[in-house]
Structure formats: C-alpha cells, structure tokens
Design a protein around this ligand. Structure first.
Ligand SMILES: [Zn+2]
Length: 392
C-alpha cells in the first residue's frame, strides 16, 4: 500500500508540474513556436540587418565585432532564460495540493466571530430572593414534655456563662446530644469583658449545633411587668440573640415559668412557642450539691419516661452533674437495649415540632433531625457494646 501511494504521489507531482515543464521548454528551446511568436523568415536582427537594409557590404572586422557582440548578447540571453526556466520549474512544480501540507485551522477573526452577548443579571429589585422557609418554632405552641414518651430533651436557662457552659457543651458532645439554651441579654449584651466572653460562649453554643431560645433580657417575673417594659424585655433580648446568632428566637421560656393570660397573649402575638418542663433538676434550690442535681434529674427522666428537663448552666454544681446524668441515662438505655426494651431517646426540641402518630413523635421529616437521631443511636449502641465487653 505504501508503494502504491508513492506511485500516485509521483504521478500527481508530474501532472502538477506539467505547466512548469511547458514553460521551461518554451524558454529553454529556441525556435519552438510560441503562441503569438513571429513566423519563420522573420527579419534578421543586429548589424547584419542594418547593413542589409542600407545596401552596404560588411567588412571582416566589423563582422567579428558584430559576432562578439552577438555572442555576448546570446550569452546574457541564455543566462536570463536559464534562470527564468529554473524559476518557472520551481514555481509550478511545488503546488500545495501535490504534497499536502498541514492544514492550518482558520483563526476566526474578531469581526467574524459572534460577540458574546452578556446575559442580563436580574437585579434584586427586579426579582426578589425567594422567602426563606418559615421557622418551625414559629406559631405560638406550648411544650411541656409531659407527653413525650421515651423521648427526653435537655434545656439550660439563664446563660450563657463562660465559666460553666463550656464544660456542659463538652459533656453533651461526648454523648452526641443536642440541647437548647435559653439565654438572657443582660449576660452577653454591652461592652464589658464579661459580656464579651459570654458572647463568645453563645457563639460556641451555636457552633456546636444547639438551639438558642429567649429568656428575656433581665429575667424578671413577667406578670408583674407592664408595657412598654414587658415588650422591651422580650423584644430587646430577641433582637440581641438574632444579631449574635443570625436566627430570630421563636423558642421562649418565661423566667421562673411565670405566666398569665396577658403574658401568654403577648407571646402568641409574636408567634413565640412557650417551652416549659416536665422534670426539674432543682439546681437552683439549696443545698447546691452536684449529687442532688444528678439524682433529681435522673429520677424525673425515669418517672416521666423522658420529657423536658430543666437545668441552669450558670452553676458549677450543674456543670459537674451533667456528665453523671448522661452516664446514668446511657447505662439505663444499655440495659434496655440488652433486654429488648424501648430506650429513652435523647432528642432536641425540634423533635417535638414534627407530626405525631398516636401521641408519639413521628419519624423526623427533616434530614437534619434524622441524621441527629441516627448519630445519637449509633453512639449509644457503640458505647453499650464497649461497656458489655468490659463487664464480660
Ligand atoms: Zn431562668
């Protein structure tokens, strides 16, 4: 195949070079008839022709001189003719189509290429951003936790407290638990160093995935407050929480759990959900002892098969009691797992805002809650296996 291709290339080159050969013959070979050339018997040129026209004979010297001049002219003529022939051969025997050369892709000129038309970007005024989904805690509900069979959630009031809250956050992390912190603006509003440290603690609460609720600015007994002081206590704190956390707090816990129809109406008007509790750890009542808080919390959880448990993250005895409470609850759940009994699942408040089936919270409709429940369950089962292996 290669030889055949070479033959065809040579034939092609010969065909293509035909014009060159023809021109070379015309130039190199004297006397070859050319279109438009003078016919045979043309007039002689040079001195001989001049003398003949004048009827005078030529002498030998003159003839020699004439012959030399003529020979010189012929030499010049031959030289020019040869160069022209070589040039013609080169010019006509190198057609671009006889020996294909790499095809150069045509470069689109800026004029020929279409100029990209900028896509108009809709301005915010032209198409407003879609409204964010409604906050699940908006709607004026009331939660106490008394009907939360086998589901428990932990709540912490009166913080943030940079002395005690961080230890509680660490304990919750160790058990893969999310909780809710009801905070007071007087602790983290303002320019004091304490307020700044408490703001950082609040940021840590949010960073670790916990919920933040409104506990009023000054922690006053609300039924004793009149307008505009009542609204200021609620709204000023909500404004500060939103500024620090980026989320308006629709979860609300009245200080001391103190409510009245007038206060309930003021909360409902704002779409706030009131969160009470079913188990009190009694960590604000004397004696302030870790063991007392620990046992009170566990007793309330087992008695109610879960529920909403009240703590205050502003006390060191509470911070010390939390790891003990969580360890006891885990041991109880491991026992239940081994006995094939339903465990007391630790959830966050958002779990209480999902549809209920037969009085029980239904499986979570949101990926976040489902993922959290799965994470807690995995942590529990792993811990139970480790504990069981240790006991064996
Ligand atoms: Zn409180």
């Amino acid at each position: 195949m290669a030889e055949l291709a070479d033959v065809w290339v040579h034939v092609g080159m010969m065909v293509m070079a035909a014009p060159a050969v023809r021109v070379a013959v015309l130039v190199l070979v004297p006397g070859v008839a050319r279109p438009g050339a003078a016919p045979p018997g043309r007039r002689p040129v040079g001195l001989q022709a001049a003398h003949r026209d004048q009827g005078q004979p030529c002498n030998e010297d003159e003839n020699d001189a004439h012959r030399r001049s003529l020979a010189a002219l012929r030499a010049i003529f031959e030289f020019v003719r040869t160069r022209l022939a070589i040039f013609a051969i080169i010019f006509f025997s190198t057609p671009t189509y006889a020996t294909p050369t790499p095809t150069v892709s045509p470069t689109p000129s800026p004029v020929a290429s279409p100029v990209p038309v900028p896509v108009p970007v809709p301005s915010p005024a032209a198409s407003p951003a879609p409204a964010p989904p409604p906050d699940p805690f908006h709607g004026g509900k009331s939660i106490s936790g008394f009907k939360a069979a086998n589901h428990v959630t932990f709540t912490f009031d009166d913080g943030p407290d940079y002395h005690n809250t961080p230890a509680i956050l660490d304990a919750l992390d160790a058990y893969n638990i999310k909780a809710t912190f009801f905070v007071c603006g007087y602790r983290f509003g303002g320019k004091s160093e304490t307020a700044q440290k408490n703001r950082e603690t609040l940021a840590e609460i949010v960073k670790r995935g916990h919920l933040v609720g409104n506990h009023t600015w000054n922690h006053l007994v609300l039924p004793q407050q009149q307008e505009p002081k009542l609204s200021w206590e609620i709204d000023k704190n909500a404004e500060l929480i939103e500024r620090e956390t980026g989320r308006y707090p629709y979860l609300f816990r009245p200080p001391f759990g103190s409510l009245s129809p007038r206060i309930a109406k003021a909360l409902a008007k704002r779409g706030l959900t009131t969160v009470m509790w079913s188990s009190d750890s009694a960590d604000t009542k004397k004696p302030f002892k870790t063991e007392k808080v620990h046992k009170a919390a566990i007793k309330g959880i087992l008695k109610n098969s879960g529920g909403v448990v009240l703590f205050h993250d502003t006390h060191k005895w509470t911070a010390k009691a939390i790891p003990l409470v969580l360890a006891d609850l885990q041991a109880e759940n491991c026992r239940r797992l081994a006995a094939s009994e339903p465990v007391i699942e630790v959830v966050n408040l958002d779990h209480f805002f999902i549809p209920k089936v037969g009085g029980e919270p239904a499986p979570s409709p949101t990926p976040e809650i489902s993922a959290q429940r799965q994470a807690w369950r995995s942590q529990l089962e792993t811990a139970c296996k480790v504990a069981s292996a240790r006991n064996d």
